[in-house]
Each structure stands twice: as C-alpha cells, then as structure tokens.
Design a protein around this ligand. Structure first.
Ligand code: UTP
Length: 301
C-alpha cells in the first residue's frame, strides 16, 4: 500500500474574485489579506509544507500576481536589509527559502472551483493529489498535520475523494457544503459519505458536518468534472463533481477536524474579522499588548 508521503502534489485555487470582501479585494487578492502578521496564503503554504506536500500549483487569475511575488526570493530586499541595519527583519523573509517548488497556471475566467481544479490535470497526471483552498487556514494547536492524516486515510481506503469536514452550528448550515455520512456519525477515523448538499436550509441539512477547504483526490475527479454541468451561474461546482463520483460508485469519505484544530475561512468579513482577532490575540510578539488593549476596550462596549 502506498504511504502518505507518496502524495506530493497540491493544488491551491486562488483565482476567485473575492466579491464578498469588496472593496478590500478590488485590486488585490483576498488570499493576500493579512491575518495577524502574515497574508492568509502564507499560512496555507506553511501547512502544506508541514504535510510534506512539496510541489504546489497555484491556480491564479487576474490581479493575483502579488501571490507569485510573495513566494519569490527577493535578493535586493535582502541586500537592503543587510546593509541598512535591518538584520533582525531578515528572519521575516526566511519563508522564501523553502524546499517547496511553486508552479502557476491561470484560470482566466473564474468559472467555479471545479473548473479551477480541472486546470491542474496535466500537473497531477495519474497521481493522487491534495487541494487546499487559498482563503482558508487550518491551524492545529499541537502542530500536528491534519492534511497528513487525511492523506493516510485516503490511501489506506483507496478512496477517490477524502474531504475535510468540521462541525458547524446547525443554524449556519446554509452557508456551507454539507455532507450526508452513511449511518450514524461515528467516532471512526473516516466517515463514508453518501451524499453532499450545497448550502441546505437549516432543518433540511443531512448533518451539521461542513466541507472544510481541504480535499484529497484520485485522478478520477477529472473525469467527474468533465462530466459535470455548470450551475445556473455558469460555474462548475466541485461539490457537483464529487456527487458524480458517488454516482459512479467511487468511495467518497470524510475526515473530521480534530477538537484541537480550527478552520478560519476569510471569505467574508465576519469570519475574516474573527480570524484576525484570534491571530492578533495569540501573536507571540504582540499578543500581550493586544490582549491588554482588548480587555480595556471590552469594558467600554
Ligand atoms: P470562493 O467561492 O469562496 O471564492 O472560493 P470567490 O469566488 O473568490 O468568492 P466570492 O463569492 O466572489 O466572494 C474558494 C477558493 O477557491 C478559489 C478562490 O480564489 C478561493 O481561494 N476559486 C474560486 C478559484 O480559484 N476559481 C474560481 O472560479 C472560484
């Protein structure tokens, strides 16, 4: 049986327009918005590296070149800091010295997440691969790699698709893709999935387990995407392609986010603000100051 380490490629879709974050995203990628001291996509790349995913394909689009620039080593900036007494800031650029290799492809028109993933077909070939949404951070408190766990479950069960899922408030199910697990929701490592529903009404949802921005796929997903019809907005939805995998009799499973892990989706202002506050409060360098400030402020409001 293949080992988790045998999955080395990951696709990071970052081509969406981020309309829910306008005007902040009018001329810059939402994936570059800072959460605490780093842009969102830097946390994503750190997570991928921790999982041993060394070949990273960004599916980019218009106005997204800042992402490419961010991961490029910058010898001129390094020289300026070295000669101008900015030595202590050099460590902030260490993330650019990475064994990971970056690849870029362009989705010129954002036609949905399914279409974005389809752009990776030549890159991943006949290998299993991961997909990590560039606007969502997954942080585990003990530093363990949730993606690694997902890859192990994926390969052990020879699945066509392994989804990350997290429990959400039943009142919030209408915001998410919700899975229908087979039978009772057990405590096992992976749940077999029977169906998926995109943004169900509260009360009509088959569970409160929401798809959480990380996926592992076999190459079968490409066939499913190519056979998926666009939705009424003309977008190819990844969840529709996964439903097709189910109809084709493929194994679709889910791994639940552990209690010690959290997902931060910064796709709308409410969750973006919450993510920023959490990261600022726990920042190694500035957290103490922020906590004092917030305590003072809390007394005023
Ligand atoms: P979202 O659907 O949340 O992003 O996609 P969006 O379309 O940019 O958001 P709104 O609705 O306009 O505010 C989740 C991730 O998938 C990427 C996005 O860049 C984001 O990181 N994505 C989405 C693509 O790469 N291509 C697409 O066609 C759609």
């Amino acid at each position: 049986m293949a080992q988790p380490g045998s999955i080395v490629k990951v696709v990071v879709p970052v081509a969406g327009m981020g309309t829910r974050l306008l005007p902040a995203t009018k001329s810059q990628p939402k994936e570059m918005l800072p959460v605490g001291r780093r842009p969102v996509v830097q946390y994503v790349v750190e997570e991928l590296q921790a999982a041993g995913l060394r070949q990273i394909l960004f599916v980019t689009g218009r106005k997204k070149t800042a992402i490419e620039d961010h991961f490029d080593p910058d010898p001129e900036l390094v020289r300026t800091l070295s000669s101008g007494g900015g030595y202590d800031l050099l460590s902030e650029l260490e993330y650019t010295e990475t064994p990971a290799r970056f690849f870029y492809t362009r989705q010129s028109v954002p036609r949905g997440l399914g279409d974005a993933v389809a752009h990776a077909q030549e890159f991943t070939g006949d290998e299993h691969f991961a997909v990590a949404l560039g606007d969502s951070i997954i942080m585990s408190r003990d530093g363990s790699s949730f993606l690694h766990e997902m890859m192990a479950a994926h390969l052990a069960n020879d699945a066509a698709c392994t989804l990350a899922v997290e429990e959400v408030d039943p009142a919030d199910v209408y915001r998410y893709g919700i899975v229908k697990p087979q039978g009772e929701v057990g405590s096992g490592d992976s749940l077999i999935i029977e169906d998926l529903v995109e943004k169900p009404r509260a009360g009509a949802a088959p569970s409160n387990l929401a798809i959480a921005a990380r996926y592992i796929f076999s190459p079968a997903i490409y066939e499913a995407i190519s056979r998926t019809a666009p939705d009424r907005n003309g977008e190819l939805q990844l969840t529709d392609a996964i439903r097709l995998l189910l109809q084709l009799g493929e194994r679709v499973q889910a791994v639940r986010l552990r209690a010690n892990a959290r997902r931060y989706d910064i796709g709308n202002f409410e969750s973006y603000f919450k993510a920023f506050i959490d990261f600022a409060l726990t920042d190694e360098k500035y957290g103490y100051m922020v906590r004092q400030y917030v305590k003072r402020k809390a007394r005023e409001i």
